[in-house]
Design a protein around this ligand. Sequence first.
Ligand code: NAI
Ligand code: OOG
Length: 355
Amino acid sequence: MNLQKEDAPDRRRYRIALIPGDGIGGEVVPAARQVLESLGLDLTFVELAAGWETFQREGTALPAETLAALERCHGALFGAVSSPSHRVEGYTSPIIALRRHLDLYANLRPVVSAPVPGSQPDVDLLIVRENTECLYVKQEQLEDDGETAVARRVITRRASARIARVAFERARARQAASARPGRSPRVTVVHKANVLPLTDGLFRETALAVAADYPDVAVEEQIVDSMAYRLIREPQRYDVILAPNLYGDILSDAAAALVGGLGLVASANVGDRFVVAEPVHGSAPDIAGQGIANPVATVRAAALLLAALGEPEAAGRIERAVGRVLADGIWTPDLGGTARTGQVTRAIIQALQSS
Ligand SMILES: NC(=O)C1=CN([C@@H]2O[C@H](COP(=O)(O)OP(=O)(O)OC[C@H]3O[C@@H](n4cnc5c(N)ncnc54)[C@H](O)[C@@H]3O)[C@@H](O)[C@H]2O)C=CC1
Ligand SMILES: O=C(O)CCCC(=O)C(=O)O
Protein backbone atom coordinates (compact mmCIF):
# COMPACT_ATOMS: atom_id res chain seq x y z
CA MET A 1 0.00 0.00 0.00
CA ASN A 2 1.63 3.22 -1.09
CA LEU A 3 -0.32 6.04 0.44
CA GLN A 4 1.95 8.88 -0.52
CA LYS A 5 0.54 11.23 -3.11
CA GLU A 6 2.36 10.58 -6.38
CA ASP A 7 2.26 14.24 -7.31
CA ALA A 8 3.60 15.40 -3.96
CA PRO A 9 6.49 17.80 -4.66
CA ASP A 10 8.38 16.59 -1.61
CA ARG A 11 7.46 13.28 -0.07
CA ARG A 12 8.45 14.44 3.40
CA ARG A 13 6.01 17.38 3.46
CA TYR A 14 2.56 16.35 4.51
CA ARG A 15 -0.76 18.09 4.45
CA ILE A 16 -2.91 16.51 7.11
CA ALA A 17 -6.66 16.89 7.47
CA LEU A 18 -8.00 17.17 10.99
CA ILE A 19 -11.65 16.23 11.48
CA PRO A 20 -12.44 16.66 15.20
CA GLY A 21 -16.16 15.84 14.85
CA ASP A 22 -18.26 15.97 18.01
CA GLY A 23 -17.91 15.60 21.78
CA ILE A 24 -14.40 14.73 22.96
CA GLY A 25 -13.26 14.70 19.33
CA GLY A 26 -12.90 18.46 19.78
CA GLU A 27 -10.56 17.89 22.73
CA VAL A 28 -8.42 14.95 21.67
CA VAL A 29 -7.75 15.98 18.07
CA PRO A 30 -6.22 19.35 19.10
CA ALA A 31 -4.14 17.42 21.66
CA ALA A 32 -2.83 15.09 18.94
CA ARG A 33 -2.15 18.10 16.72
CA GLN A 34 0.09 19.61 19.42
CA VAL A 35 2.01 16.35 19.61
CA LEU A 36 2.39 16.24 15.82
CA GLU A 37 3.56 19.86 15.79
CA SER A 38 6.26 19.09 18.32
CA LEU A 39 7.93 16.48 16.10
CA GLY A 40 9.83 18.88 13.86
CA LEU A 41 8.33 17.40 10.69
CA ASP A 42 7.09 19.55 7.83
CA LEU A 43 3.35 19.22 8.43
CA THR A 44 0.50 21.52 7.53
CA PHE A 45 -2.97 21.04 8.91
CA VAL A 46 -6.37 21.63 7.40
CA GLU A 47 -9.31 21.57 9.79
CA LEU A 48 -12.45 20.07 8.27
CA ALA A 49 -16.05 19.72 9.42
CA ALA A 50 -18.09 16.53 9.84
CA GLY A 51 -20.50 15.07 12.35
CA TRP A 52 -23.75 15.68 14.15
CA GLU A 53 -23.13 19.36 14.92
CA THR A 54 -22.16 19.90 11.30
CA PHE A 55 -25.38 18.17 10.25
CA GLN A 56 -27.43 20.45 12.47
CA ARG A 57 -25.70 23.51 11.06
CA GLU A 58 -25.41 22.55 7.41
CA GLY A 59 -27.95 19.78 6.83
CA THR A 60 -25.23 17.27 5.98
CA ALA A 61 -22.85 15.36 8.27
CA LEU A 62 -20.14 15.14 5.61
CA PRO A 63 -20.06 18.37 3.57
CA ALA A 64 -18.87 18.31 -0.05
CA GLU A 65 -16.13 20.83 0.92
CA THR A 66 -14.74 18.30 3.41
CA LEU A 67 -14.57 15.62 0.74
CA ALA A 68 -13.00 18.02 -1.76
CA ALA A 69 -10.40 19.21 0.75
CA LEU A 70 -9.47 15.62 1.63
CA GLU A 71 -8.47 15.10 -2.00
CA ARG A 72 -5.69 17.63 -1.45
CA CYS A 73 -4.39 15.99 1.73
CA HIS A 74 -2.02 13.10 2.28
CA GLY A 75 -4.06 11.65 5.10
CA ALA A 76 -6.50 12.54 7.86
CA LEU A 77 -6.93 12.32 11.61
CA PHE A 78 -10.54 11.82 12.65
CA GLY A 79 -11.83 12.39 16.20
CA ALA A 80 -15.30 10.95 16.69
CA VAL A 81 -18.86 11.82 15.85
CA SER A 82 -22.13 11.59 17.77
CA SER A 83 -24.51 9.60 15.64
CA PRO A 84 -28.06 9.42 16.99
CA SER A 85 -29.48 5.98 17.77
CA HIS A 86 -32.73 6.77 15.99
CA ARG A 87 -33.37 7.52 12.34
CA VAL A 88 -32.85 11.15 11.37
CA GLU A 89 -33.84 12.01 7.82
CA GLY A 90 -30.73 12.91 5.81
CA TYR A 91 -28.18 11.92 8.49
CA THR A 92 -25.66 9.21 7.87
CA SER A 93 -22.54 8.49 9.93
CA PRO A 94 -19.68 10.41 8.28
CA ILE A 95 -17.00 7.95 9.32
CA ILE A 96 -18.86 5.02 7.79
CA ALA A 97 -19.46 7.15 4.68
CA LEU A 98 -15.79 8.18 4.48
CA ARG A 99 -14.57 4.60 4.71
CA ARG A 100 -16.74 3.64 1.78
CA HIS A 101 -16.25 6.83 -0.23
CA LEU A 102 -12.45 6.62 -0.01
CA ASP A 103 -12.45 2.81 -0.22
CA LEU A 104 -10.55 2.52 3.07
CA TYR A 105 -11.07 -1.20 3.09
CA ALA A 106 -8.80 -2.19 5.97
CA ASN A 107 -9.43 -1.11 9.53
CA LEU A 108 -6.28 -1.93 11.49
CA ARG A 109 -6.56 -1.91 15.26
CA PRO A 110 -3.45 -2.77 17.30
CA VAL A 111 -4.18 -3.87 20.87
CA VAL A 112 -1.11 -3.92 23.10
CA SER A 113 -0.60 -4.22 26.87
CA ALA A 114 0.03 -0.93 28.65
CA PRO A 115 1.58 -0.10 32.04
CA VAL A 116 -1.79 0.94 33.48
CA PRO A 117 -4.26 -0.59 35.93
CA GLY A 118 -6.50 -3.21 34.38
CA SER A 119 -4.22 -4.03 31.49
CA GLN A 120 -3.49 -7.71 30.97
CA PRO A 121 0.20 -8.49 30.48
CA ASP A 122 1.78 -9.68 27.24
CA VAL A 123 -1.07 -8.81 24.89
CA ASP A 124 0.11 -7.85 21.41
CA LEU A 125 -2.48 -8.43 18.74
CA LEU A 126 -3.83 -6.74 15.66
CA ILE A 127 -7.47 -6.75 14.68
CA VAL A 128 -7.85 -6.54 10.91
CA ARG A 129 -11.42 -5.57 10.22
CA GLU A 130 -13.07 -5.47 6.79
CA ASN A 131 -14.24 -1.88 6.51
CA THR A 132 -16.57 -1.41 3.56
CA GLU A 133 -19.34 -3.99 3.64
CA CYS A 134 -21.23 -6.42 5.93
CA LEU A 135 -24.15 -4.67 7.67
CA TYR A 136 -22.33 -1.34 7.31
CA VAL A 137 -23.63 -1.00 3.75
CA LYS A 138 -26.55 0.45 5.72
CA GLN A 139 -29.32 -0.87 3.53
CA GLU A 140 -32.21 -1.08 5.92
CA GLN A 141 -35.91 -0.91 5.27
CA LEU A 142 -39.12 -1.02 7.14
CA GLU A 143 -41.73 -3.22 5.51
CA ASP A 144 -45.11 -1.78 4.57
CA ASP A 145 -46.85 -3.01 7.70
CA GLY A 146 -44.34 -1.07 9.83
CA GLU A 147 -43.78 -4.17 11.94
CA THR A 148 -40.73 -5.68 10.33
CA ALA A 149 -37.34 -4.09 9.67
CA VAL A 150 -34.85 -5.73 7.33
CA ALA A 151 -31.12 -5.03 6.88
CA ARG A 152 -29.07 -6.29 3.97
CA ARG A 153 -25.69 -7.83 4.81
CA VAL A 154 -23.24 -7.86 1.94
CA ILE A 155 -20.11 -10.02 1.85
CA THR A 156 -18.20 -10.24 -1.43
CA ARG A 157 -15.37 -12.52 -2.45
CA ARG A 158 -13.40 -9.51 -3.69
CA ALA A 159 -13.55 -7.56 -0.41
CA SER A 160 -12.99 -10.71 1.65
CA ALA A 161 -9.91 -11.63 -0.39
CA ARG A 162 -8.31 -8.19 -0.21
CA ILE A 163 -8.81 -7.88 3.55
CA ALA A 164 -7.50 -11.42 4.03
CA ARG A 165 -4.35 -10.47 2.11
CA VAL A 166 -3.88 -7.48 4.40
CA ALA A 167 -4.18 -9.77 7.44
CA PHE A 168 -1.62 -12.28 6.16
CA GLU A 169 0.78 -9.56 5.00
CA ARG A 170 0.52 -7.86 8.39
CA ALA A 171 1.15 -11.17 10.17
CA ARG A 172 4.34 -11.53 8.16
CA ALA A 173 5.39 -7.93 8.78
CA ARG A 174 4.75 -8.29 12.51
CA GLN A 175 6.90 -11.40 12.55
CA ALA A 176 9.68 -9.53 10.73
CA ALA A 177 9.43 -6.72 13.29
CA SER A 178 9.47 -9.35 16.09
CA ALA A 179 6.16 -8.20 17.50
CA ARG A 180 5.79 -11.54 19.31
CA PRO A 181 9.27 -12.89 19.85
CA GLY A 182 9.55 -16.66 19.71
CA ARG A 183 6.06 -17.17 18.36
CA SER A 184 5.10 -17.95 14.80
CA PRO A 185 2.81 -15.61 12.88
CA ARG A 186 -0.84 -16.58 12.95
CA VAL A 187 -4.12 -15.33 11.53
CA THR A 188 -7.38 -16.20 13.29
CA VAL A 189 -10.34 -15.98 10.90
CA VAL A 190 -13.53 -14.96 12.72
CA HIS A 191 -16.97 -15.87 11.36
CA LYS A 192 -20.36 -17.32 12.17
CA ALA A 193 -20.55 -19.64 9.17
CA ASN A 194 -22.30 -22.30 11.24
CA VAL A 195 -25.38 -20.06 11.21
CA LEU A 196 -24.71 -17.91 8.13
CA PRO A 197 -23.10 -20.35 5.68
CA LEU A 198 -23.56 -18.09 2.65
CA THR A 199 -22.32 -14.71 3.92
CA ASP A 200 -19.90 -15.72 6.66
CA GLY A 201 -19.27 -18.90 4.71
CA LEU A 202 -17.97 -16.84 1.79
CA PHE A 203 -15.78 -14.74 4.09
CA ARG A 204 -14.37 -17.88 5.71
CA GLU A 205 -13.83 -19.82 2.49
CA THR A 206 -12.13 -16.83 0.82
CA ALA A 207 -9.83 -16.18 3.77
CA LEU A 208 -8.81 -19.85 3.94
CA ALA A 209 -8.09 -19.83 0.20
CA VAL A 210 -5.84 -16.77 0.59
CA ALA A 211 -4.08 -18.55 3.46
CA ALA A 212 -2.74 -21.08 0.97
CA ASP A 213 -0.50 -18.32 -0.44
CA TYR A 214 1.07 -17.81 2.99
CA PRO A 215 2.42 -21.20 4.07
CA ASP A 216 4.70 -19.47 6.59
CA VAL A 217 1.69 -18.02 8.46
CA ALA A 218 -0.47 -20.35 10.52
CA VAL A 219 -4.22 -20.02 10.04
CA GLU A 220 -7.03 -21.01 12.36
CA GLU A 221 -10.71 -20.20 12.48
CA GLN A 222 -12.92 -19.19 15.38
CA ILE A 223 -16.66 -18.70 15.56
CA VAL A 224 -17.33 -15.15 16.72
CA ASP A 225 -19.09 -15.89 19.99
CA SER A 226 -16.38 -18.23 21.23
CA MET A 227 -13.85 -15.75 19.84
CA ALA A 228 -15.22 -13.14 22.26
CA TYR A 229 -14.94 -15.67 25.09
CA ARG A 230 -11.42 -16.81 24.25
CA LEU A 231 -10.21 -13.28 23.60
CA ILE A 232 -11.20 -12.31 27.13
CA ARG A 233 -9.92 -15.54 28.68
CA GLU A 234 -6.60 -15.70 26.87
CA PRO A 235 -5.78 -12.60 24.81
CA GLN A 236 -2.07 -13.48 24.78
CA ARG A 237 -2.59 -16.36 22.37
CA TYR A 238 -3.74 -14.13 19.48
CA ASP A 239 -1.63 -12.47 16.82
CA VAL A 240 -3.73 -11.19 13.89
CA ILE A 241 -7.51 -11.46 14.14
CA LEU A 242 -9.31 -11.16 10.80
CA ALA A 243 -13.01 -10.31 10.94
CA PRO A 244 -15.92 -9.02 8.89
CA ASN A 245 -16.94 -5.45 9.65
CA LEU A 246 -19.46 -5.79 12.50
CA TYR A 247 -17.64 -8.55 14.38
CA GLY A 248 -14.40 -6.59 14.08
CA ASP A 249 -16.08 -3.48 15.45
CA ILE A 250 -17.43 -5.30 18.51
CA LEU A 251 -14.30 -7.35 19.18
CA SER A 252 -12.09 -4.27 19.08
CA ASP A 253 -13.99 -2.45 21.83
CA ALA A 254 -13.87 -5.65 23.90
CA ALA A 255 -10.14 -6.02 23.23
CA ALA A 256 -9.57 -2.40 24.29
CA ALA A 257 -10.98 -3.30 27.71
CA LEU A 258 -8.16 -5.84 28.11
CA VAL A 259 -5.36 -3.29 27.80
CA GLY A 260 -6.58 -0.26 29.74
CA GLY A 261 -9.67 0.81 27.85
CA LEU A 262 -10.95 2.88 24.98
CA GLY A 263 -8.86 5.88 25.97
CA LEU A 264 -5.76 4.05 24.74
CA VAL A 265 -6.63 2.21 21.53
CA ALA A 266 -6.21 3.61 18.03
CA SER A 267 -7.03 2.51 14.51
CA ALA A 268 -6.13 3.24 10.92
CA ASN A 269 -8.65 3.07 8.08
CA VAL A 270 -6.39 2.22 5.18
CA GLY A 271 -6.96 2.02 1.45
CA ASP A 272 -4.61 1.92 -1.51
CA ARG A 273 -4.45 5.71 -1.77
CA PHE A 274 -5.44 7.23 1.53
CA VAL A 275 -5.53 6.72 5.27
CA VAL A 276 -7.85 8.10 7.93
CA ALA A 277 -6.60 7.37 11.44
CA GLU A 278 -8.89 7.62 14.45
CA PRO A 279 -9.26 6.48 18.02
CA VAL A 280 -11.43 3.38 18.42
CA HIS A 281 -13.68 5.25 20.85
CA GLY A 282 -16.66 7.47 20.11
CA SER A 283 -17.53 11.02 21.12
CA ALA A 284 -17.99 10.08 24.83
CA PRO A 285 -20.82 12.53 25.58
CA ASP A 286 -20.68 11.50 29.26
CA ILE A 287 -17.33 13.25 29.73
CA ALA A 288 -17.26 15.75 26.84
CA GLY A 289 -16.38 19.33 27.74
CA GLN A 290 -14.78 18.46 31.09
CA GLY A 291 -11.16 18.45 29.94
CA ILE A 292 -10.62 14.89 31.18
CA ALA A 293 -10.74 12.89 27.93
CA ASN A 294 -7.75 10.63 27.50
CA PRO A 295 -5.83 11.93 24.46
CA VAL A 296 -3.64 8.81 24.14
CA ALA A 297 -5.84 6.90 21.67
CA THR A 298 -5.86 9.86 19.28
CA VAL A 299 -2.15 10.55 19.77
CA ARG A 300 -1.54 6.90 18.90
CA ALA A 301 -3.83 7.30 15.91
CA ALA A 302 -1.58 10.17 14.80
CA ALA A 303 1.36 7.75 15.05
CA LEU A 304 -0.47 5.19 12.92
CA LEU A 305 -1.13 7.93 10.37
CA LEU A 306 2.55 8.86 10.21
CA ALA A 307 3.56 5.21 9.88
CA ALA A 308 1.12 4.77 6.99
CA LEU A 309 2.50 7.89 5.31
CA GLY A 310 6.01 6.45 5.43
CA GLU A 311 7.31 8.03 8.66
CA PRO A 312 7.78 4.97 10.89
CA GLU A 313 10.56 6.62 12.89
CA ALA A 314 8.36 9.53 13.99
CA ALA A 315 5.57 7.07 14.71
CA GLY A 316 7.91 5.03 16.89
CA ARG A 317 9.00 8.15 18.78
CA ILE A 318 5.37 8.95 19.61
CA GLU A 319 4.70 5.40 20.76
CA ARG A 320 7.76 5.41 23.01
CA ALA A 321 6.82 8.80 24.50
CA VAL A 322 3.29 7.56 25.21
CA GLY A 323 4.75 4.44 26.84
CA ARG A 324 6.93 6.57 29.14
CA VAL A 325 4.06 8.83 30.17
CA LEU A 326 1.83 5.87 30.97
CA ALA A 327 4.64 4.17 32.90
CA ASP A 328 5.11 7.40 34.90
CA GLY A 329 1.47 7.17 36.02
CA ILE A 330 0.31 10.36 34.27
CA TRP A 331 -3.22 9.10 33.81
CA THR A 332 -6.61 10.60 33.08
CA PRO A 333 -9.57 9.46 35.24
CA ASP A 334 -10.53 6.59 32.89
CA LEU A 335 -7.24 4.98 33.98
CA GLY A 336 -7.74 5.84 37.65
CA GLY A 337 -5.61 9.00 37.58
CA THR A 338 -6.34 12.69 38.07
CA ALA A 339 -4.47 14.19 35.11
CA ARG A 340 -6.37 16.32 32.63
CA THR A 341 -6.20 16.05 28.84
CA GLY A 342 -3.76 18.98 28.66
CA GLN A 343 -1.41 17.54 31.29
CA VAL A 344 -1.13 14.19 29.52
CA THR A 345 -0.57 15.97 26.22
CA ARG A 346 2.17 18.18 27.66
CA ALA A 347 3.82 15.15 29.29
CA ILE A 348 3.88 13.33 25.94
CA ILE A 349 5.45 16.36 24.26
CA GLN A 350 8.04 16.65 27.03
CA ALA A 351 8.88 12.96 26.72
CA LEU A 352 9.28 13.44 22.96
CA GLN A 353 11.59 16.39 23.43
CA SER A 354 13.79 14.59 25.92
CA SER A 355 14.13 11.49 23.71
N1 NAI B 1 -15.77 6.45 15.04
C1 NAI B 1 -16.72 7.16 15.63
O1 NAI B 1 -16.90 8.33 15.34
C2 NAI B 1 -17.54 6.53 16.69
C3 NAI B 1 -18.61 7.21 17.16
N2 NAI B 1 -19.39 6.70 18.16
C4 NAI B 1 -20.47 7.56 18.64
O2 NAI B 1 -20.11 8.04 19.93
C5 NAI B 1 -21.26 8.31 20.68
C6 NAI B 1 -21.11 7.77 22.08
O3 NAI B 1 -21.02 6.35 22.02
P1 NAI B 1 -20.68 5.44 23.25
O4 NAI B 1 -21.40 4.18 23.04
O5 NAI B 1 -20.89 6.19 24.52
O6 NAI B 1 -19.13 5.06 23.09
P2 NAI B 1 -17.83 5.90 23.43
O7 NAI B 1 -16.70 5.17 22.85
O8 NAI B 1 -18.00 7.31 23.02
O9 NAI B 1 -17.74 5.85 25.04
C7 NAI B 1 -17.76 4.63 25.76
C8 NAI B 1 -17.20 4.87 27.17
O10 NAI B 1 -15.79 5.04 27.08
C9 NAI B 1 -15.40 6.29 27.62
N3 NAI B 1 -14.36 6.86 26.77
C10 NAI B 1 -14.32 6.80 25.43
N4 NAI B 1 -13.25 7.45 24.98
C11 NAI B 1 -12.61 7.95 26.05
C12 NAI B 1 -11.43 8.74 26.20
N5 NAI B 1 -10.69 9.15 25.17
N6 NAI B 1 -11.08 9.08 27.47
C13 NAI B 1 -11.79 8.68 28.52
N7 NAI B 1 -12.90 7.93 28.43
C14 NAI B 1 -13.31 7.57 27.19
C15 NAI B 1 -16.65 7.14 27.62
O11 NAI B 1 -16.60 8.16 28.57
C16 NAI B 1 -17.74 6.13 27.83
O12 NAI B 1 -17.92 5.89 29.18
C17 NAI B 1 -22.44 7.71 19.91
O13 NAI B 1 -23.20 8.77 19.38
C18 NAI B 1 -21.81 6.90 18.79
O14 NAI B 1 -22.54 7.01 17.63
C19 NAI B 1 -19.09 5.49 18.74
C20 NAI B 1 -18.02 4.76 18.29
C21 NAI B 1 -17.17 5.22 17.23
O1 OOG C 1 -21.32 6.33 15.54
C1 OOG C 1 -20.90 6.40 14.40
O2 OOG C 1 -21.16 7.32 13.62
C2 OOG C 1 -20.03 5.33 13.86
C3 OOG C 1 -19.69 4.25 14.84
C4 OOG C 1 -18.97 3.16 14.13
C5 OOG C 1 -17.98 2.48 14.93
O3 OOG C 1 -18.08 2.30 16.13
C6 OOG C 1 -16.87 1.95 14.18
O4 OOG C 1 -17.09 1.55 13.05
O5 OOG C 1 -15.74 1.92 14.67
